[in-house]
Design a protein around this ligand. Structure first.
Ligand SMILES: [Zn+2]
Length: 195
């Protein structure tokens, strides 16, 4: 049966003729095209105009990420649930946001993520030679230490041949503990095999 459908915007109630393509709210419960919630171009334009992001900051607590977003029109959105999707380069919010704004949010997210990780070690390796152990490591922020000789004092503090920032020292000490434990286990296994 052929029927005619008049487009009526589900947001503003105006009748409209789509210019190119037609926007609608996806709803899997719909069984007929007549049930579809269409959205007119004017409402879409207004939606795009609204989502001009001025700034965005992020928080992560108990594995839940939220964002505080300030829009150019002054709208202040606090603690909205969000999910960064690295593969797509977007941040998805708990509400409908245009794609370009999702991409813009991802830029803010990347900057924030780098800032929180910048002092964290990305790589850390040790080399043990005769009477000399060195560490090579770098942080997410791009700081790099190349083959710095060190020892662990009796007090359990890290003493290095060249001064290192405290946040690097702490992490090197922690990594060295893991490294030594592993070396001990390997040594033990070797002896076991030799027996
Ligand atoms: Zn409308």
């Amino acid at each position: 049966m052929i029927k005619e459908l008049k487009f009526v915007c589900s947001e503003c109630g105006a009748a409209f003729t789509p210019k190119s393509g037609v926007h609608y709210r996806d709803n899997y419960l719909n069984t007929s095209v007549a049930d579809t919630a269409f959205i007119c171009d004017r409402c879409i334009d207004a939606w795009h105009a609204k989502w001009q992001i001025k700034t965005a900051t992020f928080h992560e607590k108990d594995c839940v990420m939220t964002a505080d977003i300030l829009l150019a029109d002054g709208t202040d959105i606090q603690k909205i649930d969000c999910t960064p999707i690295e593969e797509e380069g977007i941040v998805v919010l708990g509400e409908d946001v245009p794609r370009f704004a999702q991409e813009e949010l991802f830029k803010f997210y990347t900057a924030w993520d780098l800032e929180r990780k910048k002092n964290i070690l990305k790589e850390c390796s040790f080399e043990a030679e005769f009477m000399r152990t060195t560490v090579t490591c770098d942080t997410f922020g791009g700081e790099r230490c190349e083959q710095i000789a060190f020892r662990v004092s009796r007090k359990g503090e890290l003493e290095t041949e060249k001064p290192l920032p405290d946040y690097v020292k702490e992490q090197v000490l922690e990594q060295y503990g893991i490294y030594e434990d592993r070396a001990e286990i390997e040594e033990f296994m070797r002896k076991k095999q030799d027996e």
